[in-house]
Unconditional design. Structure first.
Length: 115
């Protein structure tokens, strides 16, 4: 069983920065993908960024150049550095890990960007 806990959300003004963290507990396999998704009210959950255990990354077009995902395999933690935040980035942000055909999710952390 894998348990994920996100932290770092909050209220920030447009143009500001936040850093989200997600700590995993349990058995994290060498071959796994960790990522961040977000869901705004009335919208579907969407991928923000993902990173493999080898460090390969993938970003949504809307966040490229502004967000950076990173991962510390020894600490079982994934981070999302968010810069130049926009009001449209406001959402619940969820951490996930995909391994052995199973997706595990955290409970989410709220990011609110004021204009």
């Amino acid at each position: 069983q894998v348990h994920l806990v996100e932290s770092g959300g909050g209220l920030v003004q447009a143009g500001g920065s936040l850093r989200l963290s997600c700590a995993a507990s349990g058995s994290i396999l060498r071959l796994s993908v960790m990522g961040w998704h977000r869901q705004a009210p009335g919208n579907q959950r969407e991928l923000v960024a993902s990173i493999t255990s080898g460090g390969s990354t993938n970003y949504a077009d809307s966040v490229k150049g502004r967000f950076t995902i990173s991962r510390d395999n020894a600490k079982k933690t994934v981070y999302l550095q968010m810069n130049s935040l926009k009001p449209e980035d406001t959402a619940d942000y969820y951490c996930n890990i995909y391994q052995n055909g199973i997706n595990y999710w955290g409970k989410g952390t709220l990011v609110t960007v004021s204009s």
